[in-house]
Every structure is written in structure tokens, then in C-alpha cells.
Design a protein around this ligand. Structure first.
Ligand SMILES: [Zn+2]
Length: 140
């Protein structure tokens, strides 16, 4: 029972964004994520475009958490998120179609990474060492 309660608390959406922005109303956060303020404007614009196409998302990591050294996260260029209205596979496919998106990754735990860094790779978490780091970033 306690496990269930903890899980519910952990996944509760925390809406912290301005009302005026309809697209960003679809964005929620896990508790350890401190909002979008650390992100570059370009990254926020990309998030807006993304949620217009795939619906609500829950962001699990922005600039904090543990990532590969030199990660785009530390430059305010990346988020990890869980799509709430579509599958991770479809969300990643849509992300790759966005002009601003550089890298897209899918983790086996259902999270998707997108960044606005140089478009030099598209990868899957099972092939990269920072998959586990991103998993840790969820607060475990
Ligand atoms: Zn990431």
C-alpha cells in the first residue's frame, strides 16, 4: 500500500507554467525538475512545437540530474520526458521531424530525450552508456 501511495506522489504532475501559454499548459514535471527556466529559449520553443504535435508530456529532466559529461542537458539544450498521450516511439519519431531538434533518444524505460544541439546523431538508450544515468535522474 505504501508503495502505491509513493508511486502516486512521485508521478503527480506539477503545473508551474503561465496560463497564457496554451502549449506549455500541456507540460508537467516530476518533482525533482525545477521548471523550464534553466533552458535556452530555443529549447522551450522546441518543447512548445513538440507538445502541439504529440499532446501532454511529463518532463523528467532538464538541466539537472545525472547525465553524460558534456551532455546537452548541462547547456540548457535538452529535456527528457514521458509522453502522456502517445507512445515513446511515436513521440521520438515526431521529435525527429522538428527543425530545431538535433538529437533524439529513446530509453527502454519509456522516456524520450530531445535536444536542440547539433544534429549529429539519433540513438537508442540501449546502445549508449548514459541510459542508466538518465534513469537515475528520475530521482532514484
Ligand atoms: Zn536526456
Amino acid at each position: 500500500m505504501r508503495c502505491i501511495v509513493m508511486a502516486v506522489i512521485f508521478t503527480v504532475a506539477v503545473p508551474v507554467l503561465a496560463r497564457a501559454d496554451a502549449a506549455l499548459e500541456k507540460v508537467s514535471f516530476q518533482p525533482q525538475v525545477k521548471g523550464l527556466r534553466c533552458l535556452k529559449a530555443e529549447t522551450v520553443t522546441m518543447i512548445r512545437e513538440l507538445v502541439e504535435k504529440i499532446g501532454p508530456i511529463q518532463i523528467t529532466s532538464t538541466c539537472g540530474g545525472r547525465h553524460a559529461r558534456n551532455s546537452q542537458h548541462y547547456r540548457g539544450n535538452a529535456i527528457d520526458f514521458r509522453p502522456l498521450a502517445t507512445t515513446p516511439r511515436k513521440a521520438a519519431a515526431v521529435a525527429k521531424t522538428l527543425e530545431a531538434v538535433g538529437g533524439v533518444g529513446s530509453y527502454s524505460n519509456g522516456l524520450v530525450h530531445v535536444d536542440v544541439g547539433d544534429r549529429e546523431f539519433a540513438w537508442f538508450g540501449t546502445k549508449r552508456g548514459n541510459r542508466r544515468l538518465a534513469y537515475n535522474a528520475r530521482g532514484r
